[in-house]
Design a protein around this ligand. Structure first.
Ligand code: DGY
Length: 322
């Protein structure tokens, strides 16, 4: 009987998926669930046929070009793959897959949550009550910004951006402006009350701006002080994509000098470290990169990665090759 392929999970996955994979493969799990060191990642690439990384594993050209690397497939657990040098992987003859589609709604929900929390100041309100600082109802207490009927600008109208636009338009009667390489079908623009425009127009006109584009060299620091200054002083910025699309120091400046009114962030430049300057601001909502973090979605992501691995070993076309 031929030996089972060696598959390394760099973090713990939902139990049901780990159990399925343990039946099919010689599964090696990073049991302590801490990010693997560079040395451990290098060893995994030497030992395993398949390595399944996550956003916490930086797999760069240097790691991938080690002699005697055994890995042929990097089956990423997540849709974003900016932590993997895909072209270096391809040069080494490796295939890279990701898990798109299954996390769309969950991530759009967190973007909407951040939008509502930032606009309606519910994070501040909750902190006030818990600190025992609430002195009762009054007409001018903790006034915030209404969401219903406002304009949402979506930077990157892919799957998640479109799902957010759908929630915002159908749930809150919002008008949608969006940027995208290609226009969405006209029927969808009509359904979503959406209009494509250039980024500067979007920033100038939107009451809420949500970042939903991938992290690439072109989108790094896309939202800097000059761009923030194009936004309206009452506007809020939401980021559920990747931290380095926003220049965090510029965002702190914009929030503390009233260039924009608020922000909601699920992603940061140096995760899990969040700068003290951001922590010190009341008008920013900070979440621990939990966009796809529902039980249902994390299982679906695991199944998606598993489907990619199975297709790889049965020489079928891979559902999600990047
Ligand atoms: C994703 O799927 O890209 C999430 O942000 C976790 O990596």
């Amino acid at each position: 009987m031929s030996e089972k392929p060696v598959v390394v999970l760099t973090r713990r996955w939902p139990e049901a998926i780990e159990a399925k994979m343990a039946e099919l493969f010689d599964l090696r799990i990073n049991a302590n669930d801490q990010p693997m060191s560079r040395k451990q990642l290098a060893q995994a690439l030497l030992d395993a046929d398949v390595v399944c990384p996550t956003v916490t594993d930086k797999i760069d050209a240097q790691l991938l070009s080690e002699p005697n690397v055994r890995t042929r497939l990097l089956a990423n657990f997540g849709v974003g793959f900016n932590h993997i040098d895909v072209s270096a992987a391809k040069t080494q003859g490796m295939v890279v897959t990701n898990t798109p589609g299954v996390l769309t709604d969950a991530t759009a929900e967190i973007a909407m949550t951040l939008l509502l929390t930032s606009a309606r100041r519910t994070g501040e309100g909750e902190r006030l009550v818990r600190a025992g600082g609430w002195d009762g109802w009054r007409p001018t207490h903790m006034l915030s910004t209404q969401v219903t009927g406002k304009t949402l600008g979506v930077i990157g109208m892919g799957r998640i951006g479109t799902a957010l636009a759908r929630q915002a338009h159908h749930g809150f009667g919002m008008s949608i402006l969006y940027t995208a390489r290609n226009p969405r079908p006209q029927s969808e623009e009509i359904e979503l009350g959406a209009m494509r425009c250039e980024i500067d127009e979007l920033l100038q006109r939107a009451d809420f701006v949500s970042i939903n584009c991938p992290a690439t060299p072109e989108t790094q620091n896309l939202i800097n002080l000059a761009k923030l200054k194009r936004m309206q002083p009452h506007a809020h910025l939401i980021n559920t994509a990747r931290g380095d699309i926003v220049n965090e120091a510029d965002l702190v400046t914009a929030l503390s000098t009233g260039v924009i009114a608020g922000a909601g962030l699920d992603v940061f430049v140096d995760e899990p470290n969040v700068s003290q300057a951001l922590m010190d601001l009341q008008r920013v909502v900070l979440l621990p990169h939990m966009g796809s973090g529902t039980r249902e979605t994390r299982e679906a992501m695991g199944n998606c990665a598993l489907a990619n691995i199975q297709a790889f070993f049965s020489h079928q076309s891979l559902p999600n090759q990047v």
